[in-house]
Design a protein around this ligand. Structure first.
Ligand code: C2E
Ligand code: MG
Ligand code: MG
Ligand code: MG
Length: 272
């Protein structure tokens, strides 16, 4: 995946890269049409509080309802979008769709939107976010922007945008924490509110040392600790003991269409 390169957009040469480049251009051309013809869909995966499992929000995850190939996950097209710059209009679309949907939710639930390093380097990105909030009526405090450690190489424009987002009152989350070039300096200089432990570090029969260290780091920096990819009750229990405040994963709920999530949120409110 493009974000896993952790270098904000460039990649060392590997055999087969030209072929993949051509494949990406083909994908991107089809994706451009998909954007125009409304083939993209946003799914939502609940984020719950530990230990009680109450839904406090959801992460917006883009899908492509491909006319021939069926429902495609981001693994099939985000890299192509990033390499061609199409991630900029695609990301703007997701942001508008996600904030519009979250504004219909019955309570104070927040929506998390993934933003790629490429989008975050765009001048005026905070204005785009501000416009999505105004159009949807969603209060800034209910939007969380998820970034990855690759933003560390984004330079001044990126940092300026991050501060711009923070000044809007939007919350920032450091996603896939532990997989990139995470440094203490980044945590100390980047105005984030939350860190999201990557699912590869969720305790799974192995020692909990990494998950524990990340939770302690979050506490030291005054940040909220969230775990993603939680698949079992045992994992949820261990994360709770380690001090994780929130979690996300198949154990609680899979990503689902907007209407399904809305129905769940409404039920939760109606039946205390
Ligand atoms: P992510 O932001 O780390 O999102 C979490 C991914 O883990 C999602 O995959 C979700 O379906 C999956 N997941 C959640 N719980 C579990 C679990 O318990 N077990 C396992 N094995 N997986 C779980 P998805 O939807 O395929 O998205 C993959 C990645 O694509 C995301 O990773 C994110 O980096 C990127 N992405 C998704 N939507 C967008 C978007 O709108 N814009 C950008 N720039 N990137 C996006
Ligand atoms: Mg994410
Ligand atoms: Mg993640
Ligand atoms: Mg991840």
């Amino acid at each position: 995946e493009a974000k896993d390169r952790g270098d904000g957009g460039y990649e060392r040469y590997r055999p087969g890269m030209e072929a993949r480049g051509a494949e990406n251009s083909r994908r991107a051309a089809a994706l451009r049409v998909a954007l125009l013809e409304d083939q993209l869909v946003v799914y939502f995966q609940p984020v719950v509080t530990l230990p009680d499992g109450r839904i406090t929000g959801a992460e917006a995850l883009v899908r492509w309802q491909h006319p021939a190939e069926g429902l495609l996950g981001p693994g099939a097209f985000i890299e192509a979008a990033e390499q061609t710059g199409l991630i900029v209009p695609l990301g703007a679309w997701v942001l508008r769709a996600a904030t519009r949907e979250a504004a219909t939710w019955p309570g104070e639930q927040s929506v998390s939107v993934n933003v790629s390093a490429r989008q975050l380097r765009e001048p005026g990105f905070p204005s785009l976010v501000a416009a999505a909030l105004t159009e949807s009526g969603l209060p800034a405090r209910r939007l969380t922007v998820e970034i990855t450690e690759s933003v560390a190489v984004g330079g001044g424009a990126t940092m300026e945008n991050l501060r711009g987002l923070r000044d809007l009152g939007v919350r920032l989350s450091l996603d896939d924490f532990g997989t990139g070039a995470s440094t203490l300096t980044l945590l100390a200089t980047c105005p984030v509110h939350q860190i999201k432990l990557d699912r590869s570090f969720v305790p799974d029969g192995r020692p909990d040392a990494i998950a524990d260290a990340v939770a302690q780091m979050a506490r030291a920096f005054g940040l909220e600790a969230v775990a993603e990819g939680v698949e079992t009750a045992e994992q949820a229990a261990r994360l709770t003991r380690l001090g994780y405040e929130k979690a996300q994963g198949f154990h609680f709920a899979r990503p689902m269409p907007a209407a399904e999530l809305r129905a769940r949120l409404t039920t939760t409110v109606a039946v205390p």
